[in-house]
Ligand binder design. Structure first.
Ligand SMILES: O=C(O)c1cccc(O)c1O
Ligand SMILES: [Fe+2]
Length: 301
């Protein structure tokens, strides 16, 4: 059993790197760590939400997720994880020094999950001591969770829960499984999708008001709201999903449940066919984009 400590980052390709960074800072509110004053690395931009050096890295190139990363405790744990994954039949690759530097970690290994999602396990993720210089006052407090796509959610849960210290917190039938690695209701989710991929990245905000302020801000800037504001019956969080450049879906949420009595928690099974199973406020599940011409260049892929 491999012990995951936390989520670390998502690394994603950006065909228009400057556009992806502009959206992440000016719209989402993240800090561009290696902006004009930072140490620049050609073709890579690091975005920060909390103490971590970054939780999102854009790499100039084809759009789409490159890897999703989790922290393990120390180099010994990483070495054990490497052996364990190889024993289970996975091809595991050690990152080289340049790759580790770009990720601001001391060491990492990479492998593909059974569905083809590239996963990286890291140690020594850099922490920045200075406060986050948020690009906008969106109220972000931290990188909340990442959500992967897989064609078979039950099989994905089986993989994650038997290989790692990952437990199901709640199910939405065979459409989704929300999984925890610590007290937070979920830091990893898997949604049913035809292909592997990144379903969304989530950022927690400080107040309920931030969700609604952000909603207005996004609307004023003609950002495509995919769903919300609404309330997830699973984590209890008030949420807002919106579409960024390069096809990346972001989620703000406030008020995610913490599971403090680990022994007492039983995962619940919500029915994806029930209208309130994703949004207990019964909002529309997808806002149709009726006027795509209103979406400015660089905001929508
Ligand atoms: O927070 C949740 O409970 C949740 C539920 C369904 C889908 C999500 O993305 C979530 O974050
Ligand atoms: Fe989510």
């Amino acid at each position: 059993m491999i012990e995951l400590v936390d989520i670390a980052y998502v690394r994603s390709g950006a065909a228009d790197l400057a556009g992806a960074v502009r959206f992440a800072t000016e719209v989402v509110g993240l800090e561009h760590v290696d902006g004009p004053a930072g140490d620049t690395e050609p073709g890579v931009a690091h975005l920060r939400a909390d103490g971590r050096h970054h939780c999102l890295a854009f790499v100039e190139g084809a759009s789409g997720v490159i890897a999703s990363a989790f922290t393990v405790a120390d180099p010994g744990a990483l070495a054990l994880a490497e052996t364990e994954l190889e024993t289970r039949g996975f091809t595991v690759r050690r990152g080289d020094a340049d790759e580790a530097r770009s990720r601001r970690v001391s060491e990492f290994v990479a492998f593909d999950d059974p569905f083809g999602n590239r996963i990286e396990l890291v140690v020594g993720q850099q922490t920045l001591a200075r406060p986050v210089r948020f690009g906008r006052g969106s109220g972000i407090t931290e990188f909340g969770h990442l959500c992967l796509d897989a064609p078979d959610v039950a099989e994905a849960h089986r993989f994650w829960s038997t290989t790692f210290n990952v437990r199901a917190s709640d199910w939405i039938g065979d459409a989704a499984c929300l999984m925890r690695i610590d007290e937070v209701h979920h830091k990893l989710a898997v949604f049913q999708g035809e292909r592997p991929g990144l379903c969304h990245v989530n950022f927690q905000v400080a107040e309920l008001d931030d969700v609604f302020r952000n909603w207005h801000h996004l609307q004023e800037h003609d950002v495509v709201i995919e769903m919300g504001p609404g309330r997830h019956p699973q984590s209890g969080a008030v949420f807002l999903y919106f579409l960024g450049p390069e096809g990346l879906t972001y989620e703000y949420s406030y008020g995610v449940r913490r599971i403090t009595d680990e022994a007492a928690w039983r995962p619940r099974y919500f029915d994806p066919a029930e209208r309130g199973s994703i949004d207990m406020w019964l909002g529309p599940t997808q806002k149709p984009v009726t006027q795509p011409q209103l979406i400015p260049e660089g905001i929508h892929p």
